[in-house]
Design a protein around this ligand. Structure first.
Ligand code: KIV
Ligand code: NA
Length: 275
């Protein structure tokens, strides 16, 4: 499989093939996911919740993001690697924003960055793009705005907010993003945006009409049991498999079935005799 790049985004939409994106936060998982031929790996700030156990994504720092991005970069070859800019890393000034986006590329080996927001972020997006760093947009239920939204709620249900998301999508395209994640917006709104844009939409809880989909890998694998949003489809019982496997391990080590001779290193009889 060929390397997937930001240039593949537009052509893939034009060809009508759907773009696959998954989150990854560590080297082992990145190796496995890259083997599948998935198009893009996103080191999401969702790592705050699924890897670090925070209540939301707001606590995640640049250093934590870079640490995990580096690990994923070592394991991913063909997938496009996207780093997710954490809360406050792109809110203060254009200068700080470009510096932080640059860290993802220079230290983290990411090939692109993602950030949340519409109109209010256009100047930041333009500056990052100008620094030759491709940007993926993110609209709808942008989790870093949880306090402003008053909770995790579907966005764009009424005329005004739907209109706002559509306008933001057009603004982001104009600012030079190579794609836009649409999170938890009504299916018809996501369809309208997908039809209006030349760049692909990547949906998560955004209906069946987006040009691609993204899921958190722990959700897909059934590993994260604390929350299961409606938009998640679980493709394996990873949590159950892990618990069952570890229970077998504990049982076998208690019974003496593990370790067995084949897991041991035989001693040299002469050495043993001389001890
Ligand atoms: O952090 C994340 O995992 C994300 C995706 C769900 C889009 O932003
Ligand atoms: Na995110």
């Amino acid at each position: 499989k060929a390397k997937f790049t930001v240039r593949s985004f537009k052509s893939t939409k034009a060809n009508g093939r759907r773009i696959s994106m998954l989150t990854a936060y560590d080297y082992t998982t990145a190796c496995l996911l890259d083997e599948t031929g998935v198009d893009c790996l996103l080191v999401g700030d969702s790592l705050g919740m699924v890897m670090l156990g925070y209540e939301n994504t707001l606590r995640v720092t640049m250093d934590e993001m870079i640490h995990h991005t580096k690990a994923v970069a070592r394991g991913s070859r063909n997938a496009l690697l996207i780093g997710d800019m954490p809360f406050l890393s792109y809110h203060i000034s254009v200068e700080e924003t470009v510096r932080n986006a640059g860290r993802f590329v220079q230290e983290g080996d990411a090939e692109a960055v993602k950030l949340e927001g519409g109109q209010g972020m256009v100047d930041k997006i333009r500056a990052i793009v100008k620094a030759q760093i491709p940007v993926l947009g993110h609209l709808g239920l942008t989790p870093q705005s949880v306090n402003a939204f008053g909770g995790f709620k579907v966005q764009g249900k009424d005329f005004e907010t739907a209109r706002q998301i559509i306008d933001d999508a057009l603004l982001l395209q104009d600012a030079g993003v190579f794609g836009i994640v649409l999170e938890c917006v009504p299916d018809g709104v996501a369809r309208l945006i997908t039809e209006k844009l030349e760049i692909p939409t990547i949906g998560i809880g955004a209906g069946v009409h987006c040009d691609g989909q993204v899921l958190v890998i722990q959700d897909l694998m059934g590993m994260f049991r604390k929350m299961r949003p409606k938009f998640v489809k679980t493709y394996a019982d990873g949590g159950d498999i892990t618990v069952a496997a570890v229970k077998s391990y504990i049982k076998e080590l208690r019974s003496g079935a593990f370790p067995a001779p084949e897991h041991s290193f035989p001693v040299d009889e002469n050495v043993l005799a001389a001890l």
